[in-house]
Design a protein around this ligand. Sequence first.
Ligand code: ADP
Ligand code: MG
Length: 481
Amino acid sequence: MSHYEAVIGLEVHVQLKTRTKLLTRAPYRYGEEPNTLTDEVVLGLPGTLPVLNKAAILKAVQVGCMFGCEIARRCKWDRKNYFYPDAPKNYQVSQLDEPLCKGGFVEIELEGAARNIQGEHRKVALNRIHVEEDVGKLTHNSDGSTVDFNRAGVPLIEIVSEPDMHSAEEVFAYLKSLEMHLRAVGASDCDMEKGQMRCDANVSIRPTGSMALGTKVELKNLNSISGVCNGVRHEIQRQIRATEAGEAIVQETRRWDAEKNDSYSMRSKESAHDYRYFTDPDLFPITLSEAQIEEQRKQVPELPFAKQERYLTTLHLPYTVTSVLCPDKRLGDFFEATLALYDKNPLSIANWIANDLLRESDNQPWESLKLTPQHLAELVRLVDDGVISKQSAKDVFLAAFQTGEMPSKIVKNKGLEVSVDTDELQTLCEEVIAAFPKPVAEYRAGKEKALNVLKGQLMKRTQGKVPVSAIEKVLAECLKG
Ligand code: ADP
Ligand code: MG
């Protein structure tokens, strides 16, 4: 397949996480009763006028700053006119030729050679980011169609990439990166299943080595990140097969059917919509001062890839654990907060979060967690100071997670403090050595691993209260003696 190179550009719509809609105070929350989050502006009743949501614009500016876009000081609003039941006003407020943000790029990480190896990074160029309003949601079933206007008027940003990706793998990395960055600034939760992030993919092919762009096909109805990748992969192959069979690619929009793993033509260029755009007469252009833009730029936090680099180089954490902590703002914030309380063992803190906390908190709202950075900092310190063993720490973690009690208190109540009575430990070692002559002989014959049997027995007999290091030390002395 090396005769052709795929060229892909994505148009990604993202719902901004604001309390109210773009042009009115009506609130928005996902999953409410249909048509309960509307008002006369959303429904386009005669005589109503829009009032712009400043928070939405400032959030969009922050996203633009994060991706290195040029932010417009002044830009206008346009009406995109069309007659369809999902648009109560019969137009959508959007930005046609004066987007809020221009240029910029999204850094992506391609898949590494193995799970524990960092992949190559590259930048995907952006064309623009503009702001518009969402439309209602139509549902079609056997006894007719229904419409829910809760979603209508929700602020959207449309992030338009340059035709700068060349494989389904790059598309995957791009969407993952968008999701991670937009969550990092709290712009959106980007849940594709809830429609918070939606993607149209433009795909063309060209002979390898050529710089000219081929005729593009737009894919719609891509409902998950893996759906986008499957659709793109399929479309690249379809175009290569058609081209090799001597057929011309026609510019068209195709609908992806994830279940059938196939696409169908929806409309060709000739039947493309004419939206009769014109400047919205009800809305003033957006004007932004240098100070307002700078304020948003300053609010961009340390970005996930920069954070990961810092964890790798200054905290010396393994790549695998950073790749769990950094893309997930909740985990990263928990890590930072714990480290701020106790900075002597970043690796242990990172491991507790990436393994135990992540596993235990599954299916539980993060805000309702009883375990806090205070708990974790105290737990790691108790282990590091030799107050409790690593085995007891697992129990203490679970108890703290379930009850919210502080680890030191749990340790006291359960009597988990390490009590290394060397005489008693020595007696136990001698008992075990006498009871297991075979591994003892093997160990003396040079088989280091045979020691594990003895260690296991001693851990059992000390009920996990004695640190392995103490057991190893006394056992070694007894074996010598
Ligand atoms: P249109 O006017 O048809 O909407 P745009 O120029 O606005 O086209 O581009 C829409 C999207 O399609 C952008 O993400 C862009 O990168 C992508 N795109 C444009 N031309 C091509 C092409 N030849 N192959 C693949 N993607 C393309
Ligand atoms: Mg376009």
